[in-house]
Design a protein around this ligand. Sequence first.
Ligand code: FES
Ligand code: FES
Length: 194
Amino acid sequence: MIELRVNGRSHSISADPDTPLLYVLRDDLQLNAAKFGCGLGQCGSCTVLVDGAPTLSCVTPIMLLEGRQITTVEGLGTLEDPGPIQRAFIEEQSAQCGYCIPGMMMRAQALLQRNPRATDTEIREFLEPNLCRCGTHMRILRAVKRAASMMTGPDVTPSTHTPAAASTELDTSEVDSDSQRDRRHSEKRERPER
Ligand code: FES
Ligand code: FES
């Protein structure tokens, strides 16, 4: 049994410690915002925050996460009361197919909660690991800037640097991701519903 704290709530999870967080979020907790794209840590559609750092949940086993604070899009606001990032993405109509958007929102949240005065260049660089096949990048960029304005007010002078912490990623180096992938494939786990 592994205790996970997700969006401020504790959950006792009965699963193999090697299980990727993404599967637990979607299959056990019914938190379906984070998406299965590549399953290989290469597209960013599964991005969540772990202690505020953007983290690829498809390659992060739950055994690394006890005592950590996990945040998903569901933790940013509700349908009735969306948070700034969610409101901004809606108002800019950033989604085309929408598949990449939850990961984009979480990565943007990680940046803005450390540096709400991020410049265009800093936003572009920080969001680079997340892919959008539909090509809505300009709308996504506008949404992140709109969210920044909501958080800081419109008269913000952009900073010229990104704090080092903003580029911090969860260290999963102790995990043998190749063997994990082999194991996942051999288990023939069902691809989560999109
Ligand atoms: S699903 Fe592509 S990086 Fe996780
Ligand atoms: S909106 Fe379709 S992948 Fe980004």
